[in-house]
Design a protein around this ligand. Structure first.
Ligand code: NAP
Length: 186
C-alpha cells in the first residue's frame, strides 16, 4: 500500500504537533509534501522548502491525496476545505468554528464528491467522541449531547476549579503546554 501524501494548511500549535507525531511515530504511512502558511517571514523549525503561501500549491497538486486543515481562520478554512473536497481530495480538519457554522454545507459537498471529511480533532482534542457517536449510537434516538467539548477549555476550567488558579495563569499554562495558541487573549 502506498504512503498517503499530505498537504497541510497551518503550522501553529496543532500543525507542528502533527509534524512531530508523524516524524516520531514509526509505522505511520503518511508523508507531508507541502505546508501552506500565512506569514512567510516567520521563523520555522523545519526546512523552508516545505512552505508556501499559495493554497493552489496544495489544492492543485495531483500527488496530494489528503488535505489537513489546521488554520485559525474559519472563513478561509471553509474556502480551503470546500476547494479540496470539490477536487476529490480527502480532508481532515480541526476547525471547530468552521464545523459549528458550516457542517451541513460540508456534509453536502462530501456526499456529492464521495470523499472522506474527518473532523474528530475539532472536538475535545481528538478524544474519540464523534466516531463513537457515528459508529455506536447511529441507531439511537439521540437528539442532542451537551457538554464542554473543547480540550483547551476543559484544561483551563480544570485548573481553575481543582487548583484554584486564576484565569490568566491557567491560560498561560495551557499556552505553555501547547493546548492554547499564544494569540489567545486574557
Ligand atoms: N490548539 C489546540 O489545542 C487545538 C485543539 C483542537 C483544535 N484546534 C483548532 O485547530 C486550528 C489551529 O489551531 P492552532 O492552535 O494550531 O492555531 P495557531 O497556533 O494560531 O496556528 C494557526 C496557523 O494557521 C496559519 N494560517 C492562518 N490563516 C491562514 C491562511 N489563510 N492560510 C494559510 N495558513 C493560515 C498560521 O500561519 P502563520 O504561521 O504564517 O501565522 C498558523 O500557522 C484552529 O481551528 C483551532 O480551533 C486547536
Amino acid at each position: 500500500m502506498k504512503n498517503l501524501t499530505l498537504g497541510i494548511f497551518g503550522f501553529g500549535c496543532v500543525g507542528q504537533g502533527l509534524w512531530k507525531v508523524l516524524h516520531e511515530t514509526k509505522g505511520i504511512r503518511a508523508d507531508i509534501k507541502k505546508i501552506c502558511i500565512k506569514h512567510p517571514e516567520k521563523q520555522r523549525p523545519i526546512a523552508p522548502e516545505y512552505f508556501t503561501t499559495d493554497p493552489a500549491a496544495i489544492l492543485n497538486d495531483p500527488e496530494i491525496d489528503v488535505v489537513v486543515e489546521l488554520i485559525d481562520d474559519a472563513e478561509a478554512a471553509f474556502e480551503i476545505v470546500s476547494g479540496a473536497l470539490q477536487r476529490g481530495k480527502a480532508v481532515v480538519s480541526a476547525n471547530k468554528k468552521m464545523i459549528a457554522y458550516r457542517l451541513p454545507e460540508l456534509y453536502d459537498l462530501q456526499q456529492r464528491h464521495g470523499v472522506p471529511f474527518l473532523y474528530e480533532g475539532s472536538c475535545c482534542a481528538s478524544i474519540p467522541i464523534i466516531r463513537n457517536l457515528e459508529e455506536y449510537y447511529d441507531n439511537d434516538l439521540l437528539t442532542s449531547v451537551e457538554g464542554i467539548f473543547n480540550g483547551t477549555t476543559n484544561f483551563i476550567l480544570t485548573r481553575i476549579f481543582e487548583e484554584n488558579l486564576d484565569f490568566p495563569t491557567a491560560l498561560q499554562l495551557a499556552q505553555a503546554s501547547g493546548f492554547a495558541s499564544f494569540r489567545s487573549k486574557i
